[in-house]
Design a protein around this ligand. Structure first.
Ligand SMILES: [Zn+2]
Length: 392
């Protein structure tokens, strides 16, 4: 069964300037649990005392998802994570020749270290889910990844995570996640191992979600994501978009409570001090808003003419923007929503002129402002009527 790991609290805090207080982390974790993610990666306890405390608090909260910690392949890191009471432990170690040389070690040295910490963790807590990540796996020699992954499995690792640490992969090319995961699974199976395969896709080329779906197609069963795609550099897979696509297009509707996504995004955005881009899929303000006259004319009749993702899956509805692109259909639609659906054409045309003038100044007329424009126009007409009557 496909599982989702949210790393907003771990990878997300690697966004420059982002640091969540423990009480905020708790609120974010509770929403993630209510949405239904499977693993919450809570942090790397060895990084700061505050992160250590937060991981302990979250792990002790009794949340339904597994709460996980990140750890280098060091006994001290692993002990610290275990002491927090986590149910999931992610350890990492590079396997590329240049990185190994930088650390004054070789593949044998790396494997010895990786397997020692996995054995230690499993000995301390047999039901702990242990994930091993060969850092920058996809740019490392495949044989090195295989050697380390097979040794990790033999030592007791449950999950092997393929990290596209630099957002290097491109679907449909010789750098495809689909091909990589297919080959990895086949070669591990030949050695008698069938671990769950996880993917951690960075978004440097804007392809994180595409690569994650490509990996899933090849049998990856655990996908990493974060709210707003927060993370190092361009971040990772955006959780909201991932869940909406899985629910809408991969037969997983009802698996998660996506109506809580807007609340989660609002919360994370506020405390990360990172605004939700207006055009972010699914959770962005404009994600389901139709604007151009031709679009709105068709969309008010049937939203599916210009929409393939149903906004109702995240508890939203299609919206119409009124600006310089507005037409009679979008204005009529909006007037109906504020109780003025029966105005004469001539008046609606003059309202449209006013709406377009406001739009040309670079603003959108929302329903509140439309009401003010309608009232002003009706008062002006009433005044004109009075003057006409007095004159006659
Ligand atoms: Zn990462």
């Amino acid at each position: 069964m496909l599982r989702i790991l949210d790393s907003t609290l771990r990878e997300g805090e690697q966004t420059p300037g982002v640091c969540f207080d423990v009480h905020v982390k708790l609120a974010i974790a509770e929403l993630l649990a209510a949405i239904g993610v499977d693993v919450i990666e809570a942090g790397h306890p060895a990084v700061t005392e505050e992160i250590h405390r937060a991981v302990r608090v979250l792990a002790g909260r009794g949340l339904a998802p597994l709460v996980g910690a990140h750890a280098r392949s060091l006994e001290g890191d692993v002990e610290m994570a275990l002491e927090c009471g986590v149910g999931f432990l992610g350890i990492f170690y590079c396997v590329s020749e240049t990185r190994l040389a930088d650390r004054a070690t070789d593949l044998d040295g790396a494997v010895a270290r990786i397997t020692a910490v996995i054995r230690l963790a499993k000995a301390r807590k047999p039901d702990l889910v242990v994930r091993y990540t060969p850092e920058d796996a996809v740019r490392s020699p495949f044989e090195n990844v295989m050697t380390a992954a097979a040794a990790a499995c033999a030592a007791g690792a449950d999950v092997i995570s393929i990290a596209d640490t630099t957002g290097y992969m491109i679907p449909g090319t010789d750098r495809s996640m689909f091909d990589y995961i297919t080959r990895l699974r086949a070669e591990l199976a030949l050695r008698g191992f069938q671990p769950q395969i996880a993917v951690h896709c960075h978004n440097d080329r804007g392809l994180a979600l595409a690569n994650a779906l490509d990996a899933m197609r090849a049998g990856a069963g655990l996908i990493d994501a974060s709210v707003l795609g927060l993370g190092e550099r361009a971040g990772i897979v955006d959780l909201g978009t991932l869940l909406a696509v899985l629910a809408s297009d991969f037969g997983l509707a009802g698996r998660w409570d996506l109506t809580l996504l807007p609340e989660l995004y609002e919360l994370v955005s506020r405390y990360a001090r990172v605004s939700v881009p207006v055009n972010l899929p699914v959770t962005g303000r404009n994600a389901f808003t139709h604007c151009a006259g031709v679009h709105t004319q068709a969309a008010v009749r049937n939203p599916l003419h210009y929409q393939s993702l149903d906004p109702a899956i995240v508890g939203r509805a299609p919206e119409i923007a009124l600006d310089h692109m507005a037409g009679m259909a979008s204005l009529r639609f909006s007037l109906e929503r504020i109780g003025y659906g029966d105005l004469p054409d001539e008046l609606v045309r003059s309202l449209l002129k006013r709406v377009k003038e406001v739009g040309e100044s670079g603003r959108t007329v929302d329903l509140d402002e439309l009401l003010l424009i309608v009232r002003a126009a009706l008062e002006r007409d009433a005044r004109a009527d009075r003057v006409e009557r007095l004159a006659s």
